[in-house]
Ligand binder design. Structure first.
Ligand code: ATP
Length: 535
């Protein structure tokens, strides 16, 4: 594993285990070398003096532990401060306590960086257009009527054009970012809430719209004091790395900002379990029950972990009932639906399913592009359009991986002092996106890309169905097969399981005409073409 791949994994671990420190590590610490068991890092960014003190007191030991566990053997961490390229003195014998005790000492402020060398606009980038807001909980009426519409994502190409700036020199990544908010905050005795995980920083689109709107609606109910039985409990499920935890943090952040008097408890199922065991051992079940049952909002992450934990399920059941009967808000996440959690009592499954079950699916290409662009915007980095296409075209099943690729690219650019270009991105990300990943252009590949773009299943495109969205995707895929591969009409007919090759001819003519008269179709065509080119 090269140093950049390793560093990207390190950042991933920091984000997972200590989200409150992620920002400062991502922005202020860079890998230099890893030789003979010595991992050398550079502290950089805006204020080496505070970062050195903070880092040595708070995070040096933990970072060394993370790196050691990733490489599988103990390493020595060498710390160099930017501008004073001799290693800083060794760590204190007794390192300061780790995140649980935060903020002691307080998190250093994320202050503006020194003046950049490259001329870049000091004006903060324009915010993304707000999706039309629907007063809560109206979206549910739409869901039940079956005409639920997702909010449009901002047009990625427009956003890139709007920026229209020269890619920033990576030496200048630490741009003055104006007034930055305090990065993290711990809510009383709660687990750490990442202040960056808000509804504003959550990109929403077709794959997660219901979960996003439902979570927002539940958070906004804090203002009215009402509990909507249609969304209680709210059960969000989906594969790993797609933003379930982010939404829970967003609810907590919203309540903290708008209704701070409310009592919120956010736990992972693991914490709940450990707390339960400890309370039984120390005969303090009364306190345990008070802790979990006297809250206004109860949020629990990863409830699939209760599978097979029979003895704790009764406590989950009773906690749920007390909260539910008192009309308190319950928000749960899992990697699967309640019904699919094996070895979970039926009575719990039924209760978990009694409100709204909202899925989160893998993002499509467009959403990945917006996520990348928004991250770059936040960091004041201009990512060239072809680099966005390249990354989003290859990584679109997991936002955590997408973030990892972005972090890796930025670290690489910083370290090698190179401009971010497509060639550079290919080199920096060669472990994440193997160079030979360039797929052969086939009818199958084209169909996969087109289906993903339109958010429809391949099976439906290859079946006789005629819903409008499916027909649009099918016709576009046929057109690309003809244009890019010069396939014969009969071959395309056979691949798409049509009866007559005139259907293919009609589809190609239709798209040809639409490209001239319908800007939306022309836009789709250009975007799909770019994805195919960046394969
Ligand atoms: N739609 C999104 N917009 C912006 N960031 C996102 C989005 N989805 C996920 N992320 C980011 O991806 C990372 C992983 O998300 P998160 O931890 O919430 O995933 P998860 O679904 O809870 O995964 P797991 O089941 O493994 O815990 C976080 O940094 C989160 O901010």
């Amino acid at each position: 594993m090269d140093i950049f791949s390793l560093w990207s994994k390190v950042l991933g671990e920091v984000q997972k285990s200590d989200p409150q420190y992620y920002e400062v590590i991502m922005r202020g610490v860079f890998p230099r070398s890893f030789e003979n068991g010595v991992f050398s890092i550079m502290l950089t960014g805006s204020g080496p003096s505070w970062i050195l003190g903070w880092f040595k007191a708070i995070y040096e030991k933990k970072l060394a532990e993370i790196i050691s566990s990733l490489v599988g053997s103990p390493i020595r961490l060498e710390v160099v401060v930017q501008g004073q390229e001799t290693p800083a003195p060794a760590a204190p014998a007794t390192p300061a306590p780790l995140p649980e005790s935060f903020p002691q000492p307080a998190m250093p402020p994320v202050t503006p960086a020194p003046q950049a060398q490259a001329p870049v606009s000091q004006t903060p980038p324009a915010p993304f257009p707000e999706a039309p807001s629907t007063p809560a909980p109206d979206f549910l009426d739409k869901v039940s009527r079956g005409d639920f519409q997702h909010a449009d994502l901002p047009n990625i190409q427009d956003k890139i054009r709007e920026q229209g700036k020269e890619p920033m020199h990576p030496g200048n990544l630490f741009e003055p970012a104006g007034e930055r908010e305090e990065v993290t905050q711990q809510f009383e005795d709660q687990v750490n809430i990442n202040r960056q995980f808000t509804f504003d920083t959550f990109i929403h689109g077709p794959s997660n719209e219901l979960a996003f709107k439902a979570a927002k609606s539940v958070a906004e109910a804090a203002l009215s004091g009402n509990t909507d039985s249609r969304t209680n409990p709210l059960f969000i499920y989906g594969p790993s790395g797609l933003g379930k935890t982010h939404l829970l943090h967003a609810i907590c952040n919203y309540i903290h900002d708008h209704a701070p008097k409310l009592n919120v408890r956010f736990v992972t199922s693991e914490t709940f379990l450990n707390d339960l065991i400890k309370s039984i051992e120390t005969s303090s079940m009364d306190k345990f029950r008070k802790r979990y049952r006297s809250v206004d909002y109860f949020l629990m992450d990863d409830v699939q972990l209760f599978s097979g934990k029979n003895s704790s399920q009764t406590e989950v059941f009773n906690t749920f009932n007390v909260l539910f009967d008192n009309k308190k808000h319950i928000i749960l996440t899992s990697d699967r639906t309640p019904q699919d959690i094996e070895k979970l009592e039926d009575r719990i499954k039924t209760r978990f399913s009694s409100g709204l079950i909202a899925p989160i699916e893998p993002p499509d290409y467009e959403m990945c592009s917006v996520i990348l662009l928004k991250k770059a915007e936040h960091d004041h980095i201009v990512l060239p359009e072809d680099v966005i296409n390249y990354i989003a075209g290859h990584i679109h099943t997991n936002v955590r991986e997408l973030n990892g690729a972005y972090n890796k690219l930025v670290s690489y650019a910083q370290f090698t002092q190179q401009k971010i270009t497509l060639d550079m991105a290919r080199t920096a990300l060669k472990d994440v996106i193997p160079p030979d990943a360039k797929k052969e252009l086939t009818m199958e590949f084209i169909t996969d890309v087109v289906c993903e773009y339109y958010g429809v299943s391949k099976a439906s495109v290859l079946s006789p169905g005629r819903p409008k969205k499916i027909v649009a995707a099918r016709q576009m895929a046929m057109y690309f097969c003809r244009q890019e591969l010069n396939e014969s009409y009969p071959n395309i007919r056979d691949y798409f399981k049509r009866k007559d090759h005139t259907t293919v001819m009609y589809a190609c003519n239709r798209v040809e005409k639409d490209l001239k008269s319908k800007p939306g179709i022309a836009d789709d065509y250009q975007k799909i073409k770019k994805i195919l080119a960046s394969r």
